[in-house]
Design a protein around this ligand. Structure first.
Ligand code: NDP
Length: 481
């Protein structure tokens, strides 16, 4: 018997979206300038949501100058206990406005409401609460008796977790006494602008947080601006490389959180039902737009056929469609460009003779969609085993021994995440020591917490965000833990 689900759409009436937005500089919104407006759309319908401003060079100048003034005159000299009050206030305002923020994020990004409501926004608030707690205790964090802020931080974030990536960057920077100029991603600016309103509601002193919208060129201007002391970037490895080149020889501090091609490794003693759920969560959460996604599934050969069969049965039950529907598991792809990238890489899998299976779900007529897809018959030489697809596409490989699993898992230019599924604790510990990945999950996947540092090895970047280690990225001390 098959259960049919009645639609359960979340109302969008809680959200007010202005037709146009300016930039948030020095505590105020600038007036939108007609010549510099671009549109942001709902990926599930292609409807235009609003028009936002592409920040120009003089806007970047003004934002950096405002952040410098605030750093020197208000935020830098302020005692940590006072800074903490603002961060707690922001955290509480995020909780109060959580439903509105969840709907807004879903509209602008295309991800399901159950993810924004249950994962993104609660984690955003948790990051501000956690870092509020540190603001007056920095001398106990292990960075020496008088850790000092760096100054003005330029921060650039991607579109896959727009408000959460903002929180990962803004909360530690502010807790440590820095001020920030943040550039939101071109396709998902709306929750960053809502956050600017929250800064106003919290009476945050002008200039402590400045929010710029724009495209890659605005990001480049911010990176190359001589007035910033630190750049924190999350995005593609390609842009990360160009930022490293631009900053080479300067005094600026840099952290990079780049791409990944995480291995999710399943041994034959793993509990199959839980593991299948973990595989689904590892690669199909957020449509696979996750830098630490478990996009390479490594199955022990003896159970490979069984796991793949059970996985297909489970995937066929996932509901793809209206992201505002509370029953939806798989939302829309964030942009036409991203859909084209996913399509191109998936076609390379066909061309290299891997076997493609896609969930038989119907795709809506409008918007940008890609069905949950599994490739078997994949070898390490395939592009779909080496390159980050950043979409709902899983590549399945097999192994026979733990050594072979480690060798295959580490055979990637990336090093962001890995997962291990086995009932043996000793094997988990041994594997975790061998895997070159910044985070290794055991019998779970894609679990995040503000107390836990996150970051990569190799081409996945350097520096950590979250936890005590993440504070070091915003403090002028070399005594990193
Ligand atoms: P980008 O690296 O281009 O974008 C990330 C951020 O950097 C955005 O705010 C972007 O602005 C900005 N940016 C772009 N060019 C520059 C530049 N020269 N200097 C400074 N900032 C810049 O990622 P894309 O959105 O183009 O995605 C491409 C691929 O990157 C994806 O397919 C995925 O593989 C990977 N990716 C990885 C992420 C991760 O979390 N590790 C996140 C996002 C993407 P704008 O949005 O206006 O382009």
């Amino acid at each position: 018997m098959v259960f049919e689900y009645a639609p359960a759409p979340e109302s969008r009436s809680i959200v007010t979206i202005a037709p146009e937005y300016g930039l948030f500089i020095d505590g105020e919104f600038t007036a939108p300038v007609e010549d510099h407006l671009f549109t942001t759309s709902n990926p599930a319908t292609e409807d235009v949501l609003s028009r936002v401003t592409e920040a120009q060079g003089d806007d970047v100048d003004r934002a950096v100058a405002a952040a410098r003034r605030a750093f020197e005159q208000t935020w830098g000299p302020m005692p940590g206990a006072e800074r903490a009050k603002y961060l707690y206030r922001i955290a509480r305002l995020i909780q109060e406005r959580s439903r509105e923020l969840a709907v807004l994020e879903t509209l602008d990004n295309g991800k399901p409401i159950k993810e924004t409501r249950d994962v993104d926004i609660p984690l955003v608030a948790a990051h501000f609460f956690y870092h509020a707690g540190w603001a007056d205790k920095l001398e106990h964090a292990g960075y020496g008796p008088h850790p000092q802020p760096l100054g003005v931080a330029g921060q650039i974030i991607p579109w896959n977790f727009p408000l959460l990536m903002l929180a990962w960057k803004v909360a530690p920077a502010l807790a440590c006494g820095n001020t920030v100029v943040l550039k939101a991603a071109e396709t998902t600016p709306l929750t960053a602008l809502a956050f600017a309103e929250i800064c106003q509601q919290a009476d945050l002193p002008p200039g402590v947080v400045n929010i710029l919208t724009g495209a890659g060129e605005t990001g480049r201007l911010l990176v190359e601006h001589p007035g910033t002391d630190k750049i924190a970037f999350t995005g593609s490895t390609e842009v990360g490389r160009s930022i490293m080149r631009a900053l080479a020889g300067t005094e600026k501090r840099l952290t990079l959180e780049l791409g990944g091609k995480g291995a999710n490794i399943v041994f034959d003693d793993a509990p199959i039902d839980e593991t299948v759920e973990g595989i689904v969560n590892g690669i199909f959460f957020n449509q696979g737009h996750v830098c630490c996604a478990g996009s390479r599934l490594l199955l022990q050969e003896s159970i490979a056929d069984e796991v793949v069969e059970r996985l297909k049965v489970r995937l066929a039950t996932l509901r793809l469609g209206d992201p505002l529907d509370k029953n939806t598991d798989i939302g829309a792809i964030n942009s036409a460009e991203q859909l084209a990238r996913i399509d191109e890489l998936a076609k390379s899998g066909d061309d290299e003779n891997a076997d493609r299976w896609s969930s038989p779900c119907a795709l809506p007529d409008r918007g940008w969609w890609f069905p949950p897809t599994v490739f078997t018959g994949v070898t390490q030489a395939h592009r779909i085993a080496r390159e980050e697809i950043f979409g709902p596409v899983l590549s399945v490989l097999t192994f026979r021994t733990p050594d072979e699993a480690v060798q295959k898992a580490n055979n990637t230019p990336y090093g962001l995440s890995a997962g291990i599924w086995t009932e043996k604790g000793s094997r988990i510990l041994w594997m975790a020591q061998q895997l070159r990945a910044g985070v290794v999950w055991a019998n779970t996947f894609n679990r995040f917490d503000p107390t836990s540092p996150f970051g990569g090895y190799k081409e996945s970047g350097f520096g950590r965000e979250g936890g005590i280690q993440g504070l070091g990225a915003y403090l002028a001390t070399e005594e990193a833990r």
